[in-house]
Design a protein around this ligand. Sequence first.
Ligand code: HEC
Length: 77
Amino acid sequence: MKRNACTACHAATHKIVGPAFQEIARKHAERKDLVEYLAARIRSGGQGVWGAIAMPSQTLTEDDARSIARWIASGAK
Ligand code: HEC
């Protein structure tokens, strides 16, 4: 996460530029495809789910995106 500079905009427990990872896990807790969804969102970036500020698309591998997505999906502890 540090290597990919996610932590410039995100923290586990509080909002920075982007939402807290624990908030993200709570917001989407109902999704059955949560890991898929988050991994795709991490790579594509986007806006409008949390507000007007956009997240730029991120250049990390599919594998890295998935492991981060799994960590968020499991509650970002
Ligand atoms: C320049 C700041 C910035 C960086 C760097 C950044 N994000 Fe984000 N991120 C945001 C913002 C802003 C949002 C909210 C976008 C929205 O409202 O849809 C967001 C949203 C998200 C979401 C939630 C998407 C959703 O649909 O709820 C996830 C997951 C996420 N970021 C993960 C990451 C990861 C992992 C990285 C590093 C690879 C990263 N972000 C890097 C700013 C950033």
